[in-house]
Design a protein around this ligand. Structure first.
Ligand code: GLC
Length: 424
């Protein structure tokens, strides 16, 4: 019985492990102000005043197919959209709230359009949902106003039910906003408040194949880290989410965009730890995604077209440790060296015990020559002086048999060239 359950989870996670790269989209009525998705709280805008923003939220140029096409161009395999963020504004038709894009000026169910576009494009569909909603006084005064806090929880359960009932198959449920009154606290306390066990049980009843993140305070299908890429324990599915600039929701005069190479290095780091990279964009109030974002995504897609075999479905490779400036991924028999700092005509990999059969630069198809030196140094040579790929050069390395590192018994032996046995 136990193993049956485990294999089911593995089956459900199969596409997620293969995917490696997804598009996170933070969008909502906050885009009208263009100061990020926390502006309501940061500026202490009264709920009634904030609600008026919805009169100005008419995204004339919203085109879910264009978003999906962009994700495809970037080489992404799934998307996650904020269906409702902490400000409470729903991008979907909710029976339990009037603060929705359907009942206000926009008059559209953006979640419906988004889900349809994802499916048409062959992308997996993720829905972000913030448990908490600032418009409820009970969110802040949960001890002194338990009735409002209970109403907030009820809204959450009702809306998760709506999202997982009304839009066909949903692949990812991405919770956020677990805490109350922005208080840090043990996750279990908040999970108890939200009745997270019941919530997830309902989600699984409605969508048996869905993957749920762990942000409802209880262990779930995959873990998340935010703003950095840190691998989970082997065997645990995980995803790192990150902004492309300063904010999640659009900050209109943002000047802090990460470079394409930084973004690609994060993607490679996720793949090297067998995790996914969920990269965020913040569309404007008109529904379009800025050039600064689209151009980076398209560049990443171009890199993946050439180097994707080393990323999609990647496994960890710890047979030979990575020293500074490069990372390993693996796929079956092939190991991939992702070089962040191109060394010039020769690349040294120290402490390698196994023989290299071939080393191929993915960007050009060039075969590097290989020689062995003391200290298990495997030297790839005959390479060009300048990096063959302007972002990250990836070399596919095939070893004879299972790759192994030199076992270091004397940590000083390399000083005399004897780390891998007597120097020649
Ligand atoms: C944080 C922020 C939230 C954002 C989320 C993305 O929880 O509060 O605004 O949506 O990170 O992971």
């Amino acid at each position: 019985m136990k193993s049956q359950k485990a294999s089911t989870l593995q089956q459900r996670l199969k596409w997620f492990h293969e995917a490696r790269f997804g598009l996170f989209i933070h969008w909502g009525v906050h885009a009208v102000m263009g100061r990020g998705e926390w502006a309501m709280f940061f500026d202490r805008i009264p709920a009634r005043e904030y609600a008026k923003l919805a009169d100005r939220f008419r995204p004339k140029r919203f085109d879910a197919d264009a978003w999906a096409q962009l994700a495809l161009d970037a080489g992404m395999k799934y998307m996650v959209l904020t269906t409702r963020h902490h400000d409470g504004f729903c991008l979907f038709d909710s029976k339990v709230s009037d603060f929705t894009s359907v009942k206000t000026a926009a008059g559209r169910d953006f979640v419906a359009e988004y889900v349809q576009a994802c499916r048409k494009a062959g992308l997996k569909v993720g829905l972000y949902y913030s448990l908490m909603d600032w418009r409820f006084p009970g969110y802040f005064n949960y001890k002194s106003n338990p009735a409002s806090a209970a109403a907030l929880r009820q809204q959450c359960h009702d809306q998760v039910r709506e999202l997982l009932t009304n839009y066909g198959k949903i692949d990812v449920l991405w919770y956020d906003g677990l805490w109350l009154n922005h208080e840090a606290g043990p996750d279990e306390t908040w999970a108890k408040f939200w009745k997270s066990k019941e919530l997830n049980a309902m989600a699984k009843r409605l969508q048996p194949d869905i993957l749920i993140n762990n942000r409802a305070g209880i262990p779930a299908d995959f873990g998340t880290c935010e703003g950095h890429v840190s691998a989970a324990e082997p065997g645990q599915a995980w995803e790192a989410c990150m902004t492309m600039s300063s904010g999640w929701g659009q900050i209109k005069h943002d000047v802090n965009f990460k470079t394409t190479v930084q973004l690609l290095q994060h993607l490679v780091a996720a793949a090297a730890g067998e995790g996914n990279f969920l990269l965020n964009v913040g569309p404007g109030a008109d529904g379009t995604i800025r050039n600064a974002e689209t151009s980076r995504l398209r560049e990443m897609g171009r890199w993946l077209k050439v180097n994707g075999e080393a990323i999609y479905g990647s496994q960890r490779f710890s047979g030979i440790p990575a020293e500074f400036g490069y990372l390993w991924t693996r796929k079956g028999k092939d190991c991939y060296l992702h070089i962040f700092h191109w060394p010039g005509k020769e690349m040294v990999i120290p402490l390698v015990k196994s023989k290299v059969v071939s080393a191929t630069v993915l960007a050009t198809g060039q075969r590097a020559k290989v020689r062995r030196e003391c200290n298990g140094r495997t030297v790839l040579y005959g390479l060009p002086e300048t990096p063959p790929d302007k972002y990250i050069t990836t070399i596919r390395i095939r070893f004879a048999g299972e790759p192994e590192a030199v076992k270091v018994t004397d940590p000083a032996a390399w000083l005399t060239g004897e780390a891998a046995g007597p120097a020649r």
